[in-house]
Design a protein around this ligand. Sequence first.
Ligand SMILES: Cc1ncc(COP(=O)(O)O)c(C=O)c1O
Length: 394
Amino acid sequence: MSDVAERLEELRERGLYRRLRLIEGPQGPRVLLGEREVLLLCSNNYLGLADDRRVREAAAEAALRWGAGAGASRLISGNMEPHRDLERRLAAFKGYEAALLFGSGYLANTGVIAALAGRDQVVFSDELNHASIVDGCRLARAETFVYRHGDLEHLSSGLREAGERAALIVSDGVFSMDGDVAPLAGLSELARRHRCRLMVDEAHATGAIGPGGRGSVAAAGLSGEVDVVVGTLGKALGSYGAYVCADPKTVDLLVNCARPFIFSTAPPPPAVGAATAALGLLEAEPERVERLQANAATLRQALAAAGLDVGRSRTQIVPVEVGAAEATMELCERLLKRGVFAQGIRPPTVPAGSSRLRLTVMATHNPAELREASRLAGEAAGELGLVPSQPIAA
Ligand SMILES: Cc1ncc(COP(=O)(O)O)c(C=O)c1O
């Protein structure tokens, strides 16, 4: 027990203690936090589909028709029509021959990497990849070469050194904490040249960038060429679960070897029904993606005008880097007092010394509220001495 107390105390001392906040009601552009309505600027419900009436109704209908849960893993008795239908639709949407659902993006990344890279092989992973990719590399018995963020030269040197042992290059498509886009053309070229697979995690790219929101791989013109594309149903698609797109043989291998797929209950029908409806809405209403992109540009510009540096963000994920963990959380609380909720992000989610507010935009925000939130963020940061006294001109 004392060990637990000591560890919690140590986290507090280092400014890294986390606690849960309680949101009341669905994930809209504004939510109730405690008793108070706040502007929500840290949800991944990018297209407003999690709270869309039609998506919610689809979840309810799937629950009534197929049940609340799948009852077993896919390979036992949990494989149902909704799973198969959604897989077909996701594969078509992404330009792949096959797709496979997983319980979550975390499970997909850990399962796929461990299935595709084994002992005596090497996995190449961008240093800013998501924790689920990092953990996938740890679970795979392969060696991991972590290359500097987006650095093709560094990756190339690692590939040369690994020679025949190179198995897999893996990268976020849109980086989850910085909002920049991976150099996919270069990664693909290196994968071909060194005859290893390329896997791209589209968690924050699907529904946000690329033609009709098809993601970063489609935006780079590489649909079907990147060997494995992972995506989540829990962000722009407003539900829960994840998918992997690949060629049919690779999908077959995953069915047989990806442990989170084999040893976990199939995704629940309401979540699958909701994601299917959300995908239909994304296809039918691509203007949602345009609104998201326009809102993201508005937020980036307004934050810069308030004197805040948004780093290399080019997407709906907009970081305001503070540095120290304590100062980041203080900024978060001051902004919350002003009615804006943008969660502070600290290590180990981001590297030490790069704690930040990670602001995320939704298609359902309106530009005026984004501009006002940016002004308030600049004001709160100014109180903490985090911005130059003269705001940068817009
Ligand atoms: C880049 C990236 N990959 C994967 C995941 C995990 O997806 P899920 O939330 O479906 O487990 C996340 C979630 O935060 C993410 O940001």
